[in-house]
Design a protein around this ligand. Structure first.
Ligand SMILES: Cc1cc2nc3c(=O)[nH]c(=O)nc-3n(C[C@H](O)[C@H](O)[C@H](O)COP(=O)(O)OP(=O)(O)OC[C@H]3O[C@@H](n4cnc5c(N)ncnc54)[C@H](O)[C@@H]3O)c2cc1C
Length: 468
């Protein structure tokens, strides 16, 4: 390594913002789940886009690779260094400015290190909504949510992060800053660079700022929790509520009865239904018009679903507190699963119409291969996205199943491929799925991705060992 490299970084950001001791670097080098740990020459914390550009240029000259890092809440090991070559972690958390709020254009322009929750709060302060919402929103940063094309619980109504981004500012591997923050809803001037960077997991450019679309803020919400006998009924119910209320349906989540047992056992969270059912669905409706008869519509569609035999017992939240308690069951499911023990996790998506048959046949294959294992199945059914995980009945069984991850993955991912799905719905590939994607993505698509990477980042400066 060029002995002047770290001195150059210190000159750019100040020596206090170039962390080199093991203690100072530790939290930046381990991922949220503790599954990936890497090494870095330093953790560098710039405060401006210009400083990011200078760091990239210095690193390009020294051929030191860069791992961009936001809130480090990613679940696939993308934000920590992978083994193989000297790297720095480029932590964006000091890029904290909210540069502009344009209420007439319904946009907000923020720097990469602003957290998702802060953007939501700033939008709410001008009576608008930034609709991307996920359990890690207090820590995940806008740059990270763009780099992963984060989804969350309101994709059904508002789309993924991809649908919210109107403009980007980013630094390319040659150190040039691209100022693309126009905030336009229409711009057909050739290849859409921002869409290429969204979801690229830090492998093509470092996002330094974004202009985001804001939506009308809901002024009333209804949340219901219902029991169902199977996922075919859930799919029929989804069709029914969408036909009835269209865009007013903001979330449609499913939680299996196995998850309800884990919630009760590990977090003392009780089932709101008098009679437990094999499946539970949480539905949220919202409306920007405070006078719309939303509650009447919800009661009408749920009674029709009950009469059609789609749902059994049902609870409609009577207050914001009750709505939050119902959401809390869904949001605490990953935590209850974590407390239970190790699990082989899958973040998959399928056409909604294929989900009941996928689950029926994959459940059977897993039961045959791993007798007694627990299938922990929950997720955003409205988006065709399931967190379809396998664990053991006891902690020891769970550890044994985790050790057989490769066999579990082969069963689940082969089934996903058979039913026309994706092996990564919203978390990305990172290090976790870098190898396995080669089996499930067509060669022509992978070759095109490699060609794009080689053209933009020929020396593999950005996030080596991730995605490809
Ligand atoms: C409890 C919990 C719940 C979650 N729920 C959801 C969910 O519902 N939906 C969902 O989609 N995800 C979810 N996630 C995953 C995670 O929160 C998202 O992937 C999030 O977008 C990551 O943001 P981050 O700032 O933490 O990024 P990081 O983890 O720091 O980084 C993620 C990737 O983006 C790259 N990156 C980060 N910042 C930049 C930048 N400025 N420029 C270029 N590349 C960058 C990194 O190199 C890495 O590859 C959840 C995570 C947790 C812990």
């Amino acid at each position: 390594m060029d002995p002047d490299y770290l001195a150059t970084l210190s000159a750019i950001v100040g020596s206090a913002h170039v962390l080199t001791s093991a203690d100072d670097k530790a939290t930046f080098l381990t991922d949220w789940r503790g599954n990936f740990r890497g090494e870095a020459l330093a953790v560098v914390l710039p405060a401006t886009a210009q400083a990011v550009a200078e760091i990239v240029l210095a690193s390009q000259t020294a051929r030191i690779a860069i791992v961009p890092q936001g809130g480090n809440t990613g679940l696939v090991g993308g934000s920590v260094p992978s083994p193989g070559r000297p790297q720095i972690v480029l932590a964006l958390k000091r890029l904290r400015e909210i540069r502009a709020v344009d209420t007439a254009n319904r946009t907000i322009t923020v720097e990469a290190g602003v957290t998702l929750a802060e953007v939501q709060a700033r939008a709410a302060a001008v009576d608008l909504l930034y609709p991307v919402s996920l359990a890690a929103e207090g820590t995940a940063q806008i740059g990270g949510t763009i780099a992963t094309n984060a989804g969350g619980v309101q994709v059904l109504r508002y789309g993924n992060t991809r649908e919210q981004v109107l403009g980007l500012e980013a630094v390319f591997p040659d150190g040039r800053l691209w100022e693309g923050l126009q905030g336009l809803r229409k711009d057909n001037t050739g290849y859409d660079l921002k869409q290429l960077l969204i979801g690229s997991e830090g492998t093509l450019a470092v996002v330094t700022a974004a202009t985001l679309r804001l939506s009308a803020r809901p002024r009333q919400q209804q949340v219901a929790w219902a029991g169902l006998s199977d996922l075919a009924a859930a799919a029929r119910l989804l069709t029914r509520v969408l036909a009835d209320a269209g865009d007013r349906v903001t979330a449609f989540e499913v939680v299996s009865d196995v998850c309800m047992t884990l919630l009760a056992n590990h977090l003392s969270l009780a089932n709101p239904l008098t009679e437990a059912a094999p499946w539970n669905v949480l539905i949220e409706w919202s409306d920007p018009n405070p006078d719309a008869p939303l509650k009447d519509w919800v009661e009408r569609v749920l009674s029709a679903a009950f009469e059609a035999g789609e749902i059994g017992d049902v609870v409609i939240a009577q207050s914001e507190g009750q709505a939050a308690a119902l959401w809390s069951l869904r949001e605490h499911t990953p935590e209850a699963e974590k407390r239970h023990g190790k699990a082989v996790k899958h973040d998959i998506s399928l056409p909604v119409s294929a989900i009941p048959e996928f689950v029926r046949t994959t459940d059977a294959l897993l039961a045959a291969a791993f007798p007694g294992a627990l299938i922990v199945n929950f997720g955003h059914l409205g988006d065709g996205n399931l967190h379809y995980n396998l664990t053991g009945r006891t902690g020891a069984d769970a550890t044994a199943i985790y050790a057989a991850s490769a066999s579990v993955n082969a069963i689940v991912y082969d089934q996903v491929a058979k039913f026309g799905g994706s092996i990564s719905a919203e978390h990305g590939l990172g290090q976790l799925k870098r190898e396995v994607i080669a089996h499930y993505k067509p060669a022509v698509a992978l070759d095109a991705m490699r060609a794009i990477k080689a053209a933009i980042d020929p020396h593999h400066l950005f996030n080596p060992g991730k995605v490809l």
